[in-house]
Design a protein around this ligand. Structure first.
Ligand code: BGP
Length: 468
């Protein structure tokens, strides 16, 4: 049973849907020079093959899109603010009023339908200038620029937004330092010490945001956001169990610090054994004690770990990846599908922290084929997406029955958008199809898929229709 107060909705990120990448005062973000996602090289300037420059034109069509979300019954809509719309370069003293106005309008539109915005402050869209001139989060100065940015948006939207997430998938910086942390130094040249220093800067900034947010509006609920990916031992060999524990802890470190306000013992050991000293400025240890109100995470895949080097190959997955699980099948993009892993990670996080949890991303990226219905309208018969989501939501319900406190669920890419890892449009997640293709063709017209009506029923029945 889903509790009455359970929040149902969907999620997007500014850089993957807004488009309009350099109008109304917006500066470039790191996404504007990543035409092929994390797989491809970064370009010197935005190039026409970069699908994110137009996205799905949410910037102009948000009213129509939010109306469709409302029709599905959304109670919450997760979106991000593009930092470079508010501070085009990132280090200015004054914000860009036109950027602020845009989000005022978007939030007003949500409230018109009783939809609560859930806002990611930084979702893989660091201003490019900060990447090029400061080397992103490697620089301590980013903490100050982020502080100015959060003060600005917290103050401006204090009566319009209640739920905030400080950094999208904060742990992904370990794997994707440029996309996640705006760090321009190529990954192969970065030392682990530098990487963990950048991590520290983000963690301090995140804690600072919690502190400032609660000062500005004590009603704010501010969460961390983690790339959730349970790690199973590949075999019952105790060595594999320990390897899995160590891999899990690379991610746990982020929740531990966000929730407990200090570096865990295993992390101190990890850093010490590698001769890494993370530099703490005066006051950092105190700042970290500003812990989050809830934990949010994305969930798409689980992975395995093994101590056997001959089996230690890496499969496809959501940025971090791991050894493929021989018992699971995978999506068209090779991401292994594991609905029970959602119940497992929810229980694991709840057992560890006893903090409310929010599943803010989950879904199936698939190729959709529009077909004509009897009445001549177009739709997509996406039964595969419905099956994926039903299986995951039933496991979420199991976790609720286990006693886990889950605040809500926002499916990823509730309207088709540009993929983060591959920058493709053909990898679709939405309940709403957007007519735009990777060659740039398409009318941008929206149409409802079969899953649109399915999700509408799920929300209207508060999950009961999952059992029909
Ligand atoms: C997460 C990101 C999202 C999103 C999602 C799906 O890592 O937070 O931005 O895109 O994964 O990934 P992809 O778009 O690569 O299929």
């Amino acid at each position: 049973m889903f509790p009455e107060k359970f929040l149902w909705g969907g999620a997007v990120a500014a850089n993957q849907c807004e488009g309009v990448y350099q109008e109304d005062g917006k500066g470039l973000s790191i996404q504007d020079v990543l035409p092929h996602g994390i797989k491809g090289a970064r370009t010197a300037k935005p190039t026409p093959d970069n699908m994110k420059l137009i996205g799905i034109d949410f910037y102009h069509r948000y009213k129509e899109d939010i109306r469709l979300f409302a029709e599905m019954g959304f109670q919450v809509f997760r979106l991000s603010i593009a930092w470079s719309r508010i501070f085009p370069k990132g280090d200015e003293k004054e914000p860009n009023e036109k950027g602020l106005r845009f989000y005022d309008d978007v939030f007003d539109e949500c409230h018109k339908y009783g939809i609560e915005p859930l806002v990611t402050i930084s979702h893989y869209e660091t201003p490019l200038y900060l990447a090029e001139h400061y080397n992103g989060w490697l620089s301590r100065e980013l903490v100050g620029f982020y502080e100015r940015y959060v003060r600005t948006i917290f103050t401006r939207y204090k009566d319009k937004v209640k739920y905030w997430l400080t950094f999208n998938e904060i742990n992904s910086i370990l794997e994707s330092p440029f996309m996640s942390g705006g760090i321009s130094t190529p990954k192969e040249e970065l030392t682990e010490a530098q990487l963990y220093q950048a991590v520290h800067h983000e963690l301090v900034a995140s804690a600072l945001a919690v502190k400032i947010g609660h000062e500005i509006n004590p009603e704010f609920k501010i969460g961390c956001m983690i790339l959730g990916m349970p790690v199973y031992p590949l075999t019952p060999d105790p060595q594999d169990v320990i390897r899995a524990m160590e891999e899990d802890r690379k991610n746990d470190m982020f929740t531990d610090i966000h929730v407990r306000g200090k570096y865990p013992g295993y992390m101190k050991r990890y850093l010490k054994e590698r001769g890494i000293t993370v530099h703490f400025e005066d006051g950092d240890a105190q700042l970290l004690k500003n812990t989050v109100d809830f934990i949010s995470f994305s969930y798409y895949v689980s992975v395995c770990a093994t101590a056997d080097t001959s089996k230690n190959r890496r499969g496809e997955g959501n940025l971090l990846g791991g050894v493929p699980n021989p018992t699971l099948r995978a999506s068209e993009w090779g991401w292994q599908i594991d609905p029970m892993g959602l119940r497992y990670i929810l229980n694991r996080l709840w057992d560890k922290y006893q903090k409310p949890l929010f599943v803010v991303e989950n879904g199936l990226g698939a190729v959709d084929r529009p077909v004509e219905t009897e009445d001549g309208t177009m739709t997509v018969e996406d039964d595969y997406r419905i099956a994926y989501m039903r299986d995951h939501l039933l496991q979420l319900e199991e976790a609720l029955a286990d006693g886990v406190d889950v605040m809500g669920y926002t499916s990823w890419g509730c309207i088709d958008l540009v993929s983060a890892s591959t920058a493709e449009l053909k990898k679709r997640y939405g309940f709403i199809y957007v007519d735009r293709n990777d060659d740039g063709s398409g009318t941008l017209k929206r149409m409802k898929k079969k899953s649109f009506y399915w999700y509408k029923d799920v929300i209207a029945s508060n999950g009961k229709s999952l059992h029909a």
